[in-house]
Every structure is written in C-alpha cells, then in structure tokens.
Design a protein around this ligand. Sequence first.
Ligand code: SF4
Ligand code: SF4
Length: 359
Amino acid sequence: MNVVDPQRRIAEDGCMIESPYKQKILILDFGSQYTQLIARRIREAQVYCEIHPFSLDMEAIRTFSPKGIIQPQSEKMFRYSLDPNDPQANVLKEVERDYAPQAVVGIHPCDAKAMELVRINFDTQGYKDPFWLRRYEATTFVGLACKHPCPTCFCSTTGSGPFHEQGLHVLLVDLGDTFLIKALNEKGDAFIESCGISEQASASDIEKASSLKKQAEGEIKSMVPTDKLREKSLNALFDADFWDSVAFSCINCGTCTYLCPTCWCFDIQDETIDTDGLRIRNWDACMFSLFTLHGSGHNPREHKVQRVRQRFMHKLKYYVDKYDNGVACVGCGRCVQFCPVNIDIRKVFRLMNDFPQVG
Ligand code: SF4
Ligand code: SF4
C-alpha cells in the first residue's frame, strides 16, 4: 500500500519535493547589514521567515508566499487572566504589536493584487478587521515585475499580469544592469524619496522595460476562461455532475488553500496555561474536515467532494457573484504546481465557465 505524505510529493524525475504547506516568509540576502534586522522584525511579529542568498533559483522562490506578513499563520490577538484574585480577571487585553511602517520588496505583482482581493473581506462597511488592516496600511509593497513567468502561471487571464500594478506602491523592472523604478502612488513616491533615489529614467530604459513587459506577457501560454462565470446559475453549478471526478484524487491536504494568496480563512482558539490565557487565530481552510464541524458533531461538509466544491465555488462563483470584482484567483499557479495529486484549477475554470446552462 502506498502512503501519501502531504508534506512531500514526487517530482517527474522521481525525487521527493518538500511541500510548501508550512508557510514561511523569504528574505533574500544581498549582503546588506539590514538583512538580519529585517528577519528579526518579522520574527518579532511571530511570523516565521528564512534568509536565503540572492542567488536562490526562481523555482525555490515561488514556494514562498508573502501573505503571512499581513495575515500571520498564527497570531496572538488577546491575553486574559483567569486568576480570581486578579482585579483584571476575564478582561481581554490586546496583545501589543508593532505596526511601524514596513516595506515588502520584491513581491510578485499577482501577490500584491491578491492582497486587494482579500481586503474586500477584511475591510467592509459594516466590519473592519483591525489586525489585518493596521498591518496592511503600514506596508509599502514594492513589486518586482516577472520577466519570465513560470509555465503554470495564468495571471493575464485573471485580471492580473507579470507587470501588473494594482495593489503595488512601487514597481521594479530588472533591466539587467540596472532597475527601472516606478512610483505608482503617494506611498510609492515617499518610498523612493526615502531611498534617496532621484535619477530620472532615460527614454531607452523605459522602452526596454516596455519590451520586457510584452515579452513576459507573450511567455504566458496558460489561459483560463472567466467570461461566463457570472451568468451561470449558482444552483446549477453547485449540482454539476463534474464535482465527483474533480474531487476523486484529492487528499484534503490543504496545500492549495494555504499557498493561495487569496485564501483568507482562519479559526480562533483560546489556549490557557494555569490561569494565563491567550486568544489566537490560526489559518484554517475549507479543505480540512474539521473546518465546518459543529459542536453538535454535525458537519455540513462531511464529504471530500463537498469540501473540494467549496474551494472552487468560493473562488470562481460565490466571490464573483457577491462582489462583482472578478474571480478570487490571481493566476499565480502555485496550487497547480504543488498539489500532490495534480488537481488543476485551470481545468475547473473551464468546467465551470463552459458548463451548459440548463433552463
Ligand atoms: S486539491 Fe490538491 S493541494 Fe488541494 S487539498 Fe486536494 S490534494 Fe491537497
Ligand atoms: S473558503 Fe476555502 S477557498 Fe475560500 S478563502 Fe477559505 S480556504 Fe480559501
């Protein structure tokens, strides 16, 4: 009998590959004395990070996602005391955190766009998540244009792209021997000014960046259809006959949802040692069977097929219908690349978008 370890998968050459299931933040070391300081600050925020040399290859870089910087995988929200002698017993006190300005340099354009898609959930008219919002507002996103998108990327058909600017404050384009730096808004202007950069780009630099953009867009061969998702009947898609075959090989490992820059789900738990309590929120995902388990023991998504359907229906139908803001997918291709059983969201896009409308 074969046992599948969700933390590892087998590459085409037979080698075992570590799953990026455990989320972490990448810090590239260009030899600056600030590298350790950046790592320390990120770890102080209870976010796990790793320092790697700048020569790390792109394949390895892709296994890191920046979403934990804004929404840590595990976050202490409140402290409380259960000591009956403590006059402050049972009072929730917010855990102190540093919300000083920070910059994420080198973020993929698709990941920055994902932050905007996620914001729609944390920053509504009736409800604002202060933890997420304070960290997001304190961050300057300095994107690095993707000159060579990977074969599983399909960002240009999900409203994003290798040089996409939405969600960024600054865009960097690697011209080979120099970087073109483009400020995209006031925050970007302030960032460039604080770096002491004042040299103007030449016309040939701008032309070179423009041709690199065209070249990168031309390298994206993966496309997904999205034009008919909104007009499809939600009930018809929910009852579609393809879900069993889509879900058949899924092992509910959660890799796809933990890697996804647009997945935002979390669970809140209390942990107490003696009389000291902590309220913590941790990432959670609809692919896990406990996600919807009620205290009564009833689970409305008891079966694997229901959980797989939820993932795709949320991203490609519920979000689309509720917000009229496109799909909750930026086409980064990570879930395609790292699903241990090769479930491919691009195929599900086609199944859902082209599903014959009944009635
Ligand atoms: S679709 Fe793939 S990555 Fe996602 S839970 Fe199923 S097996 Fe894991
Ligand atoms: S419901 Fe599932 S697909 Fe949707 S955000 Fe949560 S984990 Fe991601």
